[in-house]
Design a protein around this ligand. Structure first.
Ligand code: SAM
Length: 237
């Protein structure tokens, strides 16, 4: 998997790339490259943003700056890019990231993530250069860098070699093995702490029954989570 992140703060990703499972995925053949909008700005003083037409607070990332960075990286007119690879604008109002979308992205050979700042992108970036708009949740961050890291983390850990044990990703929250439900409760030693006993079944050594118990707890958690989910506002899918 080749991941390119466009950002105003490429240095933020140095720490991220050094984290164990990310480093493992990179050692196993994936790449994570950060491209600076500012370095490729065609404007004087490496300007990247401007005031919004129509007025209002804040600044907007310019379409010509994003185009210049994409051209420098891929050597083609970026309007052609979405036919070749997923080009994803990060924005609070996009399609919300979930495990199904992570699986979809993990199956791609290459991803481009565009981090916004300020008030976000000039809309022509999204209209003409992007295949997707992705949100990591219905709240607003100051920039797309943390959102990009969330996407990279969730995607890379699905790839072979990222985790210490590849089986860790098979049976975890939202996986097919757990019918899309949250993971069951986990316990470790001591078996008793302050009178709080670990469920006896887990100490029984009876793997089939432990499997049934875990699936049942996982289903219960799924039902509870659905019951707690607030109703979606009208018009939202
Ligand atoms: N004015 C925008 C709005 O109201 O939707 C918010 C812009 S936000 C301050 C700046 C940048 O942070 C966005 O362009 C986006 O790249 C990123 N961002 C913020 N929240 C995000 C979220 N929940 N998911 C993905 N990206 C987010």
């Amino acid at each position: 998997m080749e991941i390119d992140v466009f950002t105003l703060f490429p240095e933020w990703f140095e720490w991220f790339a050094a984290q164990r499972h990310v480093a493992n995925a990179l050692a196993a053949g994936s790449t994570l490259s950060c491209i600076s909008y500012r370095e490729h700005s065609p404007l004087s003083g490496a300007q990247v943003d401007d005031m919004p037409f129509g007025g209002g607070a804040g600044m907007v990332l310019r379409v010509d700056v994003v185009e210049s960075a994409l051209r420098a990286r891929y050597g083609v007119d970026p309007v052609q890019l979405p036919r070749r690879r997923r080009v994803i604008a990060l924005a609070p109002g996009g399609r919300t990231l979930d495990d199904a979308l992570v699986d979809e992205l993990a199956a791609e050979p290459a991803l481009t993530l565009l981090s916004g700042r300020y008030e976000g992108f000039d809309e022509r970036v999204v209209e003409h250069f992007c295949s997707d708009v992705l949100s990591i949740g219905r709240y607003v961050l100051s920039g797309g860098e943390l959102a990009a890291m969330v996407v990279c983390d969730a995607v890379l850990r699905k790839l072979p070699g990222a985790l210490g044990d590849d089986r860790s990703a098979v049976e975890e929250s939202f996986s097919a093995a757990l019918e899309g439900n949250p993971e069951y409760p986990q316990y470790t030693r001591p078996a008793e702490h302050r009178g709080w006993r670990v469920p006896e079944i887990l100490l029984s050594g009876h793997h089939a029954r432990i499997g049934q118990w875990r699936l049942a707890r996982s289903r219960e958690r799924g039902q509870r989570a659905s019951a707690e989910q607030p109703p979606r506002p009208p018009g939202e899918h």
